[in-house]
Design a protein around this ligand. Sequence first.
Ligand SMILES: *[C@@H]1O[C@H](CO)[C@@H](O)[C@H](O)[C@H]1NC(C)=O
Length: 133
Amino acid sequence: MQEVFVPAVLGIVSLWCTFGSGTRLDVGSNSAPTLTVLPPSSEELSSTTTATLTCLANKGFPSDWTIRWKVDGTSQKQEASSRVLEKDGQYNWSSTLTLTGQEWNKAGGVTCEAQQNSQTPVTKTLRRADCSG
Ligand SMILES: *[C@@H]1O[C@H](CO)[C@@H](O)[C@H](O)[C@H]1NC(C)=O
């Protein structure tokens, strides 16, 4: 079995508040998407009472991964459905979670989780404390 180590690509919108490690893909079989959690923009936080987070899940296969959100370990009802894009046999998902500014302010960590069937999910956590500097 050939394994390829692919570095997480984080430069899509901003490097701010994103971090990650390499994701292992098994070529030609199921592969976990690479997750990136984008924090709410400072514009949104200063001009509205909401905080919208976006989770990008790139290059997964096949299409039956489910994207979910947790705030401090508690599952969230998804506010917006995930969009799925397919290209060259790989799938990208984009999911948004809308919190109130208050919920965001007291959140310690917001986690995006990608799960296939009932297998161990792949997760990425954005720590709000890392965003305040
Ligand atoms: C998925 O995301 C990657 C990285 O941003 C991009 O290169 C690729 O074209 C995207 N695929 C689709 C189907 O949008």
